[in-house]
Design a protein around this ligand. Structure first.
Ligand SMILES: NC(=O)c1ccc[n+]([C@@H]2O[C@H](COP(=O)([O-])OP(=O)(O)OC[C@H]3O[C@@H](n4cnc5c(N)ncnc54)[C@H](O)[C@@H]3O)[C@@H](O)[C@H]2O)c1
Length: 264
């Protein structure tokens, strides 16, 4: 049985890494998906791979108009919207408070929070009418850094903690029509970038950090996860029949909760 048969989703940051893996799995589960990303090249490759199951929208999650366009495309192309997955994000590559000049802290905060927090808020706002109509749900990508220190510097860790606040507050405000939940993955080798304001726009976690080695050695379950390893939680939360009673929660799939020291 397909858990998302005939459902329609918007996924932000869908061009690579976790977002792309969510799109692929949602399509396997019978959903049609609007893939929203700032990279036209990544979107073209995704469309070539998935064909009619996917519509693509190139845009910036920091823009209300671009979020509106992505949600409107879902309704125009597929007739409805059942789930909005907020996922596009930036990392701070563990830049610490002592090691970051004050002006970079300020501009780095503005850029990183604009993607990781404002982007989710604007996405939720854009999706609201269509999700009300379908009694659908929001699923937000958080991180081990939503619960524990050491998965980034203060900018990233604070932004992912803020994501927990968004899940709780939006679940409260949007009930009973719309369920709102989060997924907190741990580290994985992806194209995850950082703010240009910190000089981190052209480095990726997968190349700058030995993330597979860190995860295989340092995570509780001693595995180096692939993005595909984390997507089951998105399917579970998005599927109405499986999660009818679930809102305001974050599923921690990172395994970091069992570690004395939290990294990744
Ligand atoms: N990689 C990890 O170790 C890790 C760990 C925990 C959580 N996460 C979270 O997973 C999510 C996905 O990241 P990923 O690791 O798959 O990285 P990724 O870079 O492979 O995917 C993120 C996508 O978001 C897009 N994007 C970035 N800024 C955008 C913007 N302003 N507007 C539109 N699109 C934009 C990028 O083009 C990219 O395709 C993020 O929220 C990240 O914080 C990642």
């Amino acid at each position: 049985m397909s858990w998302l048969q005939d459902d329609v989703a918007v996924v932000t940051g869908a061009g690579s890494g976790l977002g792309r893996a969510v799109v692929e799995r949602f399509a396997e589960e019978g959903a049609r998906v609007v893939a929203f990303d700032k990279s036209e090249d990544k979107l073209r490759l995704l469309k070539e791979s998935l064909g009619d199951a996917v519509e693509t929208v190139a845009g910036d999650v920091r823009s209300a108009a671009d979020n509106d366009r992505a949600c409107a495309r879902a309704v125009e192309a597929f007739g409805r919207l059942d789930v909005f997955v907020g996922n596009a994000g930036l990392w701070d590559f563990n830049r610490s408070l002592p090691d970051t000049p004050a002006d970079e802290l300020a501009s780095g905060f503005d850029e990183l929070f604009a993607v990781n927090v404002k982007g989710y808020l604007l996405g939720a706002k854009a999706a609201l009418p269509a999700l009300r109509a379908s009694r659908g749900s929001l699923v937000l990508t958080l991180s081990n850094a939503a619960f524990y220190p050491g998965g980034g510097g203060p900018l990233y860790v604070a932004s992912k903690h803020a994501g927990v606040g968004l899940v709780k507050q939006l679940a409260y405000e949007l009930a009973p029509e719309i369920r709102v939940n989060g997924v907190a993955p741990g580290g994985m080798d992806t194209d995850l970038r950082g703010p240009a304001a910190l000089g981190l726009a052209d480095v990726a976690i997968g190349t700058a950090v030995p993330i597979d080695e860190l995860m295989a050695r340092g995570s509780a379950l001693r595995i180096a996860p692939r993005p595909q390893d984390y997507v089951g939680a998105y399917v579970l939360l998005a599927a109405r029949a499986q999660s009818r009673t679930v809102t305001g929660t974050v599923v921690d799939v990172s395994s970091f909760g069992t570690l004395p020291r939290h990294q990744g």
